[in-house]
Design a protein. Structure first.
Length: 524
């Protein structure tokens, strides 16, 4: 056994790999059990044989491979490669889908108030206040509640604020369960229920027989992978072959596909029966007297209808055109069908929501939080909080905000209101697309970038008025146009550090190595 200290292991690994390996990297391997820890009375030693085994393993080679593509300055500690999906979507973080959010562990790393063996600095202390001026789905305030920090979140989108408020809210779980039961029961006597169930039972039986014949799971995938089958051609032929079976069943059960009107998002992207079920459930939700319970029920319904849009499984994140017939699914490698009822999804998400809320209730700390709807370029934070929570306002006046942790929108990548168009239609919120900074519809040209720099700088300048003098600002960004030095200068701040992290678990089809930067800013 060749036991060495963390700095000695760092030097050995750097020589062995012919690239820099920091003491932090070694400490991370110890922290997450990649190599065994030895030593007594606070000293940490590692065995060089363990290190060599790690670097020759799949995970070790993965790290080396990513650094080869993206550079040796990649901070592998922030890869969180030890995590499962259940860790990154823990408790209320998965109450509703949201494009462009970061994992909670990234927030936790920077706002954690405890000294870690693999973390150089602690930026916040117990009792501090953290601000997120681009709240999104509320990851920062939820992690602040779990960590024990006070927090403020701001977003121009009313629906984003609703998602965050629902996640952060306190609930009487017993009362919520009764309200959920009442909501689910609203579909028990729905007039189309038996007809749709009969239709889907027959359709699923026909699909099972057809897919078993033409798309036997493992064998078909193997033949496609070996290029023995021209997937596109074969799939198109089978789609056409099954279509008459589908049309015959539609006629037999008198199932109507399109709605009578095609004006709103809800009109276009939902089957006729699905839309009727949505309206039925929403009427029940509107009768709920408790405001917080009514909002969380509406969020369950919103999550449900997102999954029940008339689209293919592979196009859920980015809609292309309504899918009203059976189709070849490139995700599942077989003929799939659109959804004709929300019953299954509604039951599944309702149960999941109650369980996640119950789990979070055990983890949250008794600290203040505030969710504010408004434009972070101009909002008066303290004035808004004084109206919402006077006690929190008094605390803020005394100590001000310690810093910011947020992910500003990436220039020209997402239309944030449009991704939840179904929810705006359902809930009647006013859209404020024109106030988004760097939306997809404005592109990534020179004018879009100039406007983006100005927008983010304006946000920081406004928020700076509410920060204490020794603030820490962390901005998560994919800065491919090198805009953040200009943003920092425009806000009267300086970039004191850059943390370049690999993004391992991407939902896009493109799985090539990809990184983002966490910019650490302080006062000039």
């Amino acid at each position: 056994m060749s036991l060495v200290t963390i700095p000695e292991a760092s030097r050995w690994a750097s020589d062995y790999l012919d690239k820099e390996v920091s003491p932090n990297n070694i400490s991370y391997l110890v922290q997450y059990g990649r190599v065994a820890k030895y030593g007594e009375k606070g000293s940490t030693l590692v065995d060089l044989k363990d290190l060599k085994t790690y670097y020759e393993s799949w995970r070790g080679k993965r790290e080396i491979g990513w650094k080869k593509h993206l550079g040796n300055d990649l901070n592998w500690t922030l890869s969180f490669d030890n995590l499962r999906e259940t860790d990154t979507t823990k408790h209320v973080h998965r109450l509703h889908p949201y494009k462009g959010k970061y994992i909670p562990q990234l927030v936790e790393y920077f706002i954690d108030t405890h000294t870690d063996t693999f973390k150089e600095d602690v930026y916040f202390k117990p009792g501090d206040v953290v601000l997120d001026p681009f709240l999104g789905s509320g990851t920062t305030i939820i992690q602040s509640l779990e960590t024990g920090l006070h927090s403020v979140g701001i977003d121009v989108s009313e629906f984003n604020c609703m998602i965050s408020s629902c996640k952060a809210g306190h609930y009487d779980v017993a009362y919520l369960q009764k309200a959920v039961k009442k909501m689910l029961a609203s579909l028990d006597t729905f007039h189309n229920k038996d007809k749709i169930q009969g239709f889907e039972t027959e359709l699923l039986a026909e699909l099972a027989t057809f897919n078993g014949k033409y798309f036997p799971a493992q064998e078909f995938k193997y033949q496609v992978h070996q290029k023995n089958i021209a997937e596109n051609t074969f799939a198109t032929e089978r789609e056409r072959e099954f279509l008459p079976v589908y049309q015959k069943l539609l006629k037999k059960h008198a199932v109507k596909l399109r709605q009578d009107t095609q004006q709103s998002f809800l009109d276009i992207w939902f089957m006729d029966n699905v839309r009727n079920e949505i309206d039925c459930v929403f009427q029940t939700i509107r009768q709920e007297r408790d405001v917080k319970t009514r909002k969380i029920l509406a969020l369950i319904l919103s999550r449900t209808i997102r999954s029940c849009r008339a689209t293919t499984h592979s196009d859920l994140a980015t809609l292309k055109e309504p899918q009203l017939t059976t189709y070849y699914c490139f995700k599942h490698k077989k003929i799939c069908k659109p959804l004709f009822s929300i019953v299954g999804m509604l039951n599944r998400y309702a149960l999941d929501t109650v369980n996640r809320i119950r789990e979070f209730e055990k983890k949250r700390k008794p600290v203040h939080y505030a969710v504010l709807t408004g434009d972070s370029r101009s909002i008066n934070i303290f004035e808004k909080i004084e109206k919402q929570n006077p006690e929190f306002h008094r605390l803020l006046e005394t100590q001000k905000i310690a810093g910011i942790f947020c992910s500003p929108p990436y220039v020209g990548q997402i239309d944030y209101h449009e991704q939840h168009a179904y929810a705006y239609d359902l809930l009647g919120f006013k859209r404020k697309d024109e106030l988004e900074i760097g939306p997809l519809y404005k592109g990534q040209g020179l004018e879009a970038r100039r406007s983006y720099v100005q927008g983010i700088s304006d946000v920081l300048n406004n928020c700076k008025k509410y920060l204490r003098e020794d603030y820490n600002v962390f901005l998560v960004a994919n800065d491919k146009y090198d805009l953040y030095p200009s943003i920092a200068a425009g806000a009267g701040m300086q970039i004191v550090n850059r943390f370049k992290r690999p993004v391992l678990n991407r939902t896009e089809r493109d799985k090539s190595p990809y990184s983002e930067i966490i910019f650490h800013l302080k006062a000039q």
